[in-house]
Design a protein around this ligand. Structure first.
Ligand code: AMP
Length: 216
């Protein structure tokens, strides 16, 4: 099953993609996670991407294409994948389509996680991420058992630098510029299903699984 998760920053794509990937035993491919890992390791890609990420802007398409091609050269994608954070615009959607075609693969389902803007800002401003395993928490809605420590692996929790209010606003603005065209693109291909991301996270996950089962 090849699934793409779309939606505004803070809709819960990362949280749902992670859980879905575990449930379906598929690789979770998060372009944001790959970029953050590269930035942490100080690779050339990480250095180039960092200044865009810190400003809430999209990393240029050429860099993203290279990164995507590299990730999809890993044979684990043959059994299926959950793609989160890519594509962000039509040009990326076309790159993905071409790449999948070359690999003899296709997207089975695109889930658009829709969320109200007030909820997004509230979610992102309280979001905490594990520096070791990437698990996502929230200061109020999903606090860790021990302050600042990941329940899953004991790693240290941190706030993403692009989750500060000003950067969140910029990210939402960037998202809105591209979103409707991207949604239409997949609607026209009859691949898109829309879900509310503002329900309880277990209900959202169940709803995604039902959509996947209907396709499978
Ligand atoms: P995310 O973790 O998906 O919220 O992504 C964090 C940041 O990484 C974004 O604000 C962008 O700067 C960058 N990024 C992630 N995925 C992409 C993409 N597909 N195209 C361009 N930039 C991206």
């Amino acid at each position: 099953m090849n699934i793409v998760l779309l939606g505004p920053p803070g809709a819960g794509k990362g949280t749902q993609a992670k859980r879905l990937a575990e449930k379906l035993s598929l690789p979770h491919i998060s372009t944001g996670d790959i970029l953050r890992q590269n930035a942490k390791e100080g690779t050339q890609l990480g250095k180039e991407a960092k200044s865009y990420m810190e400003r809430g802007l999209l990393v240029p398409d050429e860099l993203m294409s290279k990164m995507l091609i590299d990730r999809f050269s890993n044979p684990d994608v043959k059994k299926g994948f959950i793609l989160d954070g890519y594509p962000r615009n039509i040009s990326q959607a076309k790159v993905l389509e071409g790449l999948l075609k070359q690999l003899g693969l296709d997207i089975d389902l695109v889930v658009y996680l829709d969320s109200a803007e007030e909820i997004i800002i509230q979610r992102l401003s309280g979001r905490l991420v594990c520096s070791k395993c990437g698990m996502i928490f929230h200061i109020k809605n999903m606090p860790p058992k021990l302050d600042g420590i990941c329940d899953n692996c004991g790693g240290k929790l941190y706030q993403r630098s692009d989750d500060k209010e000003e950067t969140v606003k910029k990210r939402l603005q960037v998202y809105r510029q591209e979103a409707s065209a991207l949604i239409k693109y997949y609607q026209d291909q009859k691949k898109l299903s829309r879900l509310s991301a503002d329900e309880d996270k277990d209900i959202v996950l169940d709803n995604i699984i039902k959509l996947a089962q209907a396709k499978g």
